[in-house]
Design a protein around this ligand. Structure first.
Ligand code: CRA
Length: 808
């Protein structure tokens, strides 16, 4: 664009913006608050998106191509305004215009609430997949729940996590369109009976409790390509608002209760990550978005297909993200049979052809099992269909593997009074995949081995990926500019092109520029830390970072115990030779997960001890940053030197922060777990620091009840000292970590923290040595960026497209 073009566009934008400010605030620009500036900008951007959105939808309707729908109970989309502006190629016009008007773009962006509609990796993955699908012009959409309250806001008070409700909608949300005309009735409870209607056996559902599902659509924009897909989130509402007759009779509380019982369904996101909470409300949520979503998809399909569901299986992919949407199978069967009049066999063929399933965890506590009693009462027709799916499946097993009752039992969908949702998902889907090579292997060989024997052709593997737009281009603009200036901009649409960076792998001029950017990103994070928690950290120290949900298997505890051990060493020898380090943590614990909350408390207690001690705090500092969410994550990755990925091997299905860190030049310090293994393959052994037990070793120990942690404790005085400190008053009055001490010794350390402790301290020493050689470290860091291409979610989406959905 030439200069006069640009200045014309800016003038036009400024005019529109000032007019919008007046509309949304009733004030002129000079008197409008930053919130109003944000609302005006958001509305303007939404208007620009709408035209392209309508165009994309029209195209999809005109030439019906295969459509993919991600069904997920979580979509952790993060803030959208800056992404939209960049995707529309408006960033220069907008930032320069606002600057010329004397406004602060960053401050305006910060007004946007960060929708916490997910717990962690699972929900964020879905957001990256939507982003990549649109970037690749793939017709793929999301279907989920519009929670009124997202994941709680975390505050740290006296070292402890305190949860506060996340009222993300309090100022309204400018990027959604409510579509009451597309509402759907979802039916719970009641009775089902078979009736002979015109000679056909028909199932009639009566006396049910109806709830209205109202959709809100959010545009998902491609990168510079005019494709706008949709994320549809459903909100639960009572059918007719207040029950007026009851209200008029003065039974106010009863009327209000009915309304709030309906609304409860989409009121709040369950705050468990890789965990299962068998509450009735959760089961209602699961059926709610499955039923509403499928109903709309089928009716939309029929509208474009001469009012028939013929060919649905070839044209519509319903992708089940973990087992929460597992009722897609029986619900599709119900629609095809009860509403469309198909027989079982035809309905079954289309259902299996349409469904595919991704498993995200092997943690046994996360595998969903609903009680038969609860499910058959809440969803009588769905339960009937599940029973029939199971009966036919077992019948088929009997045919193929006669006299094998153990197999039948182990694969049964319904057993011991429970409905096994993973089994249901596998039986109803044509594809089942894990999210990294190791994870998929564990699914085939252990978790779902029996199913693998029966359906080997259904098993696939797709390694997770992350959006390079959100986690590299938009959150690390200085690095983006350096990349463009060095290797051109092809990498922006094909991340494998980052390999070209290897041409600079020994270039001192490039090193200097690169290191200046890393330092500047670290200074920015240091400023943030100082503003947020009043802690001054040295931007030239190593930024050693672990940010993710707090979970025993992720072993934040190992990291914390190592810091305590380093503290002890420094107390003995304050002149210990080492590069100064800043240990940074962030992450939320599920409110009912007391052990994880104790770990947060321990990290904060260690931070207090270390940061306040002048003999050690020039060498080490510890920062726990409260309320980890997508916006905070975006600030953290560009500033990292070390990415802590230290889960017990075999437990982390993939991990995705490992990829976000890598793209921004952090070196992984990790176990051979999840996608760390593929990162190690991509960068080679000299550009990663690995340590610890392998997943085979862990699984071998577990076959014999684990290992004996007391043995390690008895042999290692360093460990003795650190563990005693947990309970001897080191952290001051009232701060006692008996639960952690007991888990490590009395309960035999189920996550192998002490077993891997030695290997971890060695690995940390290696990191220290490597970092002190600037040449070597810079080379490692750049190699990580250069090899991060395969961890783009664009690559994951093309794998799904090719192997699982076969979409053109
Ligand atoms: N907690 C896994 O634990 C994985 C993500 C996305 C998780 C991560 O290792 O990267 O999914 N599992 O695939 C999960 O949510 C229900 O299981 C996660 O985010």
């Amino acid at each position: 664009m030439d200069a006069s073009d640009k200045s014309q566009q800016k003038d036009a934008f400024k005019k529109e913006f000032i007019k919008k400010i007046e509309e949304v605030s009733g004030n002129c620009l000079a008197d409008a608050s930053v919130l109003k500036q944000y609302q005006a900008l958001a509305e303007l951007v939404m208007e620009k998106i709408s035209a392209e959105w309508a165009q994309t939808n029209m195209q999809y309707n005109k030439q019906p191509t295969k459509q993919v729908y991600f069904f997920s109970i979580e979509f952790l989309i993060g803030r959208l305004l800056n992404s939209y502006i960049n995707n529309l190629s408006l960033e220069e016009i907008v930032t320069e215009s606002l600057d010329e008007l004397g406004l602060d773009y960053e401050a305006i962006l910060a007004q946007e609430s960060d929708p916490g509609l997910g717990n962690g990796g699972l929900g964020r993955l879905m957001a990256c997949y939507l982003d990549s699908s649109a970037a690749m012009k793939m017709p793929a959409h999301g279907n989920g729940i519009r929670y009124k309250y997202g994941l709680f806001e975390q505050r740290i008070i006296n070292a402890e996590q305190i949860e506060v409700a996340d009222n993300w909608l309090k100022n309204g949300y400018p990027f959604e369109i409510r579509k009451p005309d597309k509402s759907v009735i979802v039916k719970y409870y009641g009775h089902v009976h078979a009736e002979n209607i015109n000679g056909n056996l028909t199932f009639v559902h009566e006396d049910y409790e109806p709830i209205m599902a109202v959709p809100y659509d959010i545009p998902i924009m491609g990168y510079h390509n005019k494709t706008v897909n949709s994320l549809r989130l459903w909100s639960a509402e009572p059918i007719d608002g207040f029950d007026l007759p009851t209200f008029n009779q003065g039974q106010f509380l009863y009327a209000v209760r009915q309304k709030s019982e309906a609304e409860a369904i989409s009121q709040i996101l369950y705050p468990n990550d890789s965990g299962f909470d068998g509450k009735l409300l959760r089961l209602k949520q699961e059926y709610f978005f499955v039923c509403a979503g499928l109903k709309r998809i089928v009716s939309h399909y029929k509208r474009n297909n001469s009012n028939s569901v013929d060919g649905f299986g070839e044209k519509i992919c319903i992708h089940i993200n973990d087992t929460h949407p597992a009722m897609c199978g029986p619900e599709l069967m119900r629609i095809f049979m009860d509403e469309e009049g198909l027989g079982w066999n035809d309905a079954w063929k289309m259902t299996v052809a349409s469904l595919s399933f991704t498993n995200h965890t092997v943690m046994p506590e996360a595998l969903e099992k609903w009680s038969v009693d609860m499910m058959s009462k809440l969803l009588p027709r769905i339960y009937m269909i599940i029973e029939e799916i199971n009966r036919r499946f077992i019948e088929e097993l009997d045919l193929n593997y006669p006299n094998d009752p153990d197999r039948n039992h182990s694969l049964s969908i319904i057993k011991d009074g429970q409905v096994h949702m993973a089994n249901l998902s596998i039986v109803t889907s044509h594809s089942i995949n894990g999210v990294a090579s190791l994870h998929s292997k564990i699914l085939r060989e252990e978790t779902f081995h029996g199913f693998y024997q029966v359906f080997p052709e259904r098993f696939n593997s797709v390694t997770n990926g992350v959006s390079p737009r959100r986690f590299l281009m938009y959150n690390n603009p200085k690095l983006k500019n350096l990349l463009n200036e060095s290797i051109g901009n092809e990498w922006e649409t094909n991340l494998f092109q980052l390999k070209r960076l290897l041409n600079f792998i020994n270039d001192p001029v490039f090193y200097e520029k690169y290191n200046a950017i890393k330092l500047s990103n670290k200074s920015q994070l240091a400023d943030y830390i100082s503003r947020r928690i009043g802690l001054h950290v040295d931007p030239t120290s190593i930024f050693d970072i672990q940010v993710k949900r707090i979970h025993e298997y992720k072993r934040q505890l190992l990291n914390a115990l190592h810091i305590l051990y380093l503290y002890n060493r420094l107390k003995e020898n304050p002149n210990l030779e080492m590069a100064p380090r800043t240990f940074i943590f962030a992450g939320k614990a599920a409110p009912g997960y007391y052990y994880a909350k104790d770990v947060i408390k321990l990290i904060n207690a260690i931070a207090e001890l270390v940061n306040g001690d002048n003999t050690v705090n020039t060498k080490i500092k510890v920062a726990f940053l409260a309320n980890f969410n997508v916006s905070l994550a975006e600030k953290i990755y560009p500033a990292a030197n070390i990415s802590e990925q230290i889960s017990t091997a075999g437990k982390e299905a993939s991990g995705t922060s490992n990829m976000k860190f890598m793209m921004n030049g952090a070196v992984t310090l990790g176990t051979m777990d999840g996608a760390n293994i593929e990162i190690a393959e991509a960068v080679g052994p000299t550009n990663i620091v690995t340590f610890g037990l392998t997943s085979e070793e862990v699984s071998n120990y577990n076959k014999y009840g684990g290992y004996r942690s007391v043995d390690i404790f008895e042999q290692d005085p360093r460990i003795q000292q650190v563990l005693h400190q947990l309970v001897d008053g080191t952290f001051g009055f009232g701060l006692n970590f008996q639960s952690i001490y007991d888990s490590l010794l009395l309960y035999n350390d189920p996550y192998f923290v002490l077993k891997d402790f030695n290997a971890y301290t060695d690995a940390q020493n290696r990191v220290d040595h490597l970092y002190r050689n600037e040449q070597i470290w810079t080379k490692m860091s750049i190699t990580n960026i250069a090899q991060s291409g395969m961890f783009s979610s664009d690559r994951s989406i093309s794998d799904y497209q090719r192997e699982i959905w076969t979409v053109k």
